[in-house]
Design a binder for this molecule. Sequence first.
Ligand code: SF4
Ligand code: SF4
Length: 413
Amino acid sequence: MQKKRLLGPWRRSFQWFASLLILLLPWGHIGEVSLLRIDVPNLSLQLFGATLRIEELYLLLFFSLAMVLFFLLTTLVFGRIWCGWTCPQTTLSDISEWVALKLNLKISDFRLQGALWRKILLHLFFILVAVLVGSNMLWYFIEPQQYFAQIVSGQLHPVALGTLLIVAAAVYADLAFLRRLICRDFCPYGRFQTVLVDTATFTLQRPASEAPRCIECGACVRACPMEIDIRQGYQIECINCGRCLDACRKIMGKRQQPGLIGYHFGTSGEGPRAVINPRTILLTIGATGLLGLFVLSVQMRPEASLKIALSHQVGSRVTDGNQISFFNAWINNRSTEEAEYQLRAQNQQNGQSLTIKGPTSNIVLESGQNRKVDLVLVTPFDGKKSTIVFSLIDHAGRTMAETEALITPGQSR
Ligand code: SF4
Ligand code: SF4
C-alpha cells in the first residue's frame, strides 16, 4: 500500500509548540530581564533581555515595521498558513472541537449538538481555558509568580482583575459561540488576504488535471473546518490547514493511489521559483534591514542613562561665596544585571571637581530600574557662567553616562 504522508501530525505539533511558546514566554528571563513583559510601574518594555524605557520606544518602530513586513511576506509566500498552523484562535477552536468530539458532541453548521450534560461539561472546559488565556495575557504585564501570589492573597490590582474577567468572558464567548466564525466572517487579517494572495502564493488546490480521478466521496469537504469545497477551486476562507489533503490521501490510499489535493506554488505550474519575484525580494530586504537596524540600535545603547534638570521646586541661591543649585537626576540601569552607581560633577572650563550633596553614591538599581535622585550642587560663586558636567560612575569606576548643565550667576538653567 502507498505510504500516506499526512500533514495533521505536523500541524498539531506546530500548534503545541506555538501555544507552549505563548504560555511560557513570560516565565523566561535573560539575566533579571523578562523575555517579554510590559513593565507598567517602570514605564518600560522588557524584550529578550533588553529594557526599553518609554522614551526609547521609538526603537520599537523599527521592530514593529519589520514584523509587519515579515507578516506581509509570509502571507504573500504561504497564504493563510498563519491562520491554519499558528493563530491562537485556530488552536483554541481545534482544542474545543477535539474535546467536543471526545464528549460525543457533534458540530454541524458551526453549532454543537448532543446531550445537555455533555454540553455543560464542555462549557466548564471552555471556562477553564478562558481563565488560562486571560491569566496568560496578564503574565505579559505582571511576573507570573507575583500574579499567583496576588491571586492567592486577594491583592490582584482591580485593573488587572477587571482585565482578567473581560478577557476570560471574551474568550469564553468565542469558544462557546463563535470559534471558526471569527476566522470566516470577522478576522480582519483574513480579509487582508484578498489583497496579498497572488498568483505565486503557496495554496492548497485540487488541480483540474486531477478531477477525472476524483471519486466524489466528499471526504475533503467533511474534513474542512471552514466548510469549504476545495473541489471548487481556491477560496479566500481557506486557512491552509491541510485537513482536506489528509482526508483525500487517506481515501485514495485505500485505493493505492496518491491523493488528489496538494500544495502548489503559483497558478502556472512554475513551482517554488514563482515566489522569487520583485514583491517578495523587496519585502525580504525591507524586513531583514529593519530588524537588523533594531538589533543594532538596541545593542549600541549605553548600559545606563543619566538625565539632569534644574529643580522646579527650589530656586538657586548664593551663600558664603558659593552658588547653591538644586537639580533632579534620573538614572536608568539598562543592563541585564543589578548595578551600583555614584554621581560626580565637574566644571567643564577648569576641570575642577565640584561638591554635590544628596543620595548621590551607593545608588543600587535593579536591571531596567529607573530612579529619580534629588541633589544639591555647590559651585564657587565667581559671577560667570559655567558648564557643569555630571557623570554617572559604576562600581568599577567606569563612566556610564554624562550630561551637561549650564549655570549662570545667581541662577541655573
Ligand atoms: S480547504 Fe482544506 S486547507 Fe482549506 S481550510 Fe478547508 S480543509 Fe483546510
Ligand atoms: S476527498 Fe479527494 S476523492 Fe474525495 S471528493 Fe475530495 S478530492 Fe475527490
